[in-house]
Design a binder for this molecule. Structure first.
Ligand SMILES: [Ca+2]
Length: 264
């Protein structure tokens, strides 16, 4: 029924903390965080064990997402776990809930945030730049069934909204998301379609960091399933990106139902 929140407002970053009586050992803090929607900017924050920073985070989705800190060792006794906001300007809020201090768990494969582009909920469309799990540039956005693309957009294969990647005015759309990966070999799957009855075909590349793991040109208005090449991720944060590559004309591809799969 309740969450904590960390605000930055009037240049004062929020902070909350708790002193815990530890048994000696290795621990990790786990929690869920979400951003405040439709007001202010994303809040970033650090988590501390006493004066040791054990993680830095930015709550950039309106839905709660699970996070785990780095592991830390304690000799036992009383120590303080603190959550400290790090933005210094604007009026930014992160909500934090379900904080647990526990034994470390092995890293889990990451979960894409807003994988079906259902957030933010729009009645028509919303063009970037904005961030909601994914970061959309000025030629990418979210489209609702029946929105301004009209019959040019097939109904979303998942939910009621899709992403779109445009090229126009010589600027290419990009949609990207940075995730904390567990090591392993992954593929990214998604569905894509072209815009019907207007403009040309959109081509786009899919990236794991700087590496292209697939190049696509949806040629029908019906959504088609695609899967990238396998890519091997190391532990740590990496970025998945859809980047339009057509350079002239007014071209649009719709994308939905993105799935990240650990294959081994
Ligand atoms: Ca969707």
């Amino acid at each position: 029924m309740q969450t904590a929140y960390l605000k930055t407002d009037g240049g004062v970053p929020g902070r909350f903390s708790q002193e815990i009586n530890f048994k000696p050992g290795t621990y990790q803090v786990r929690f869920k965080a979400a951003k405040r929607t439709d007001f202010g900017g994303p809040q970033s924050f650090d988590v501390f064990y006493d004066d040791t920073k054990i993680g830095s985070y930015t709550a950039n989705s309106g839905a709660f997402v699970s996070y785990s800190t780095d592991t830390f060792e304690t000799p036992g006794g009383k120590h303080t776990i603190a959550f400290v906001a790090t933005t210094t300007e604007g009026d930014n809020t992160a909500f934090i809930d379900q904080v647990q201090v526990g034994l470390p768990k092995p890293p889990e494969p990451p979960t894409l945030i807003n994988a079906g582009f259902e957030s933010p909920a729009v009645t028509g469309s919303k063009i970037g730049p904005f961030t909601d799990g994914w970061t959309f540039n000025s030629r990418a956005g979210i489209h609702h069934n029946g929105g301004p693309f009209g019959t040019g957009a097939a109904p979303a294969p998942e939910g009621e909204q899709t992403a779109y990647l445009k090229t126009d005015g010589g600027v290419n759309g990009t949609i990207e998301q940075t995730l904390s990966f567990a090591p392993g070999t992954y593929t990214l799957s998604f569905k894509a379609a072209k815009r019907n009855g207007f403009g040309g075909l959109q081509t786009f590349d899919v990236y794991y960091d700087d590496r292209v793991i697939g190049t696509y040109t949806p040629s029908t208005a019906e959504f088609t399933a695609y899967t990238t090449q396998e890519f091997t991720a190391t532990a740590g944060t990496h970025t998945l990106k859809f980047a339009a590559t057509s350079t002239t004309g007014d071209n649009t591809a719709f994308i939905d139902q993105v799935t990240l799969t650990l294959s081994e």
